[in-house]
Design a protein around this ligand. Structure first.
Ligand SMILES: Cc1cc2nc3c(=O)[nH]c(=O)nc-3n(C[C@H](O)[C@H](O)[C@H](O)COP(=O)(O)OP(=O)(O)OC[C@H]3O[C@@H](n4cnc5c(N)ncnc54)[C@H](O)[C@@H]3O)c2cc1C
Length: 185
């Protein structure tokens, strides 16, 4: 048997009137700005993501670290646009995901493009691989990730280039719509 506490946002967010849904997750527009508070953007696991299906145990939609990075990239871009530092159109995360799971004596890698399937239940790609090499890759990735962050690199050019090369652009432009925020200047 496995017991897990309910998956919900932290109390200080839940208790802020109008900020989150009942479970403490922050609703966002495609720009990842809060629909009601212009100065609030949200990224990561705390953002509201509709579950793909209703299950007997309400597990919700899976969320992985790469999605948080994609959201942060899009939000940084959208804030820079709002401040007039850059020009162009607003971005949204692609929500494509790669995950390395380490099981000790083996590992599993999945690629979900995008993580949430469309209304017909289809994704462009959904791949899984397993083997001890995944554990080795995860160990190598951890060392690379911590080193690059210590150096102040977020997503360096070669990483962006490698993601694009395998069809994962991480962010994509938003087709302008009246509901989206007005960009100043
Ligand atoms: C066991 C495990 C394995 C995983 N493996 C993978 C993987 O292989 N690949 C992958 O892509 N993803 C993986 N994930 C998911 C990934 O770790 C998360 O998606 C990612 O860390 C989410 O980032 P985040 O910044 O949104 O949230 P978090 O990393 O949870 O950051 C939230 C931060 O807010 C802080 N915080 C909370 N409350 C307060 C408060 N009141 N005041 C101040 N700070 C506060 C927390 O301390 C925390 O540091 C894994 C997750 C787990 C648990």
């Amino acid at each position: 048997m496995m017991v897990l506490p309910p998956f919900r946002g932290p109390r200080f967010l839940r208790e802020t009137p109008g900020l989150t849904d009942a479970k403490g997750f922050i609703p966002v527009l495609p720009t990842y700005r809060h629909p009601d508070f212009e100065s609030i953007y949200a990224v990561g696991v705390i953002t509201q993501l509709k579950a793909m299906e209703q299950t007997p145990i309400p597990t919700g939609a899976p969320k992985v670290g790469l999605m948080s990075e994609e959201m942060a990239l899009a939000v940084a871009h959208n804030i820079a646009l709002e401040l007039g530092v850059i020009s162009g159109c607003q971005n949204k995360p692609t929500l494509q995901a790669i995950c390395f799971a380490d099981f000790g004596d083996t590992g599993a890698l999945f690629l979900a493009d995008p993580l949430l399937p469309d209304e017909t239940g289809h994704r462009h790609r959904a791949l899984t691989y397993n083997g001890i090499w995944v554990s080795w890759m995860k160990t190598g990735f951890e060392k690379y990730f911590l080193t690059k962050l210590r150096l102040g690199w977020t997503i360096p050019w070669f990483e962006r280039w490698a993601f694009r090369a395998i069809g994962l652009p991480l962010v994509e432009p938003i087709i302008p719509s009246p509901q989206l925020i007005q960009v100043k200047g």
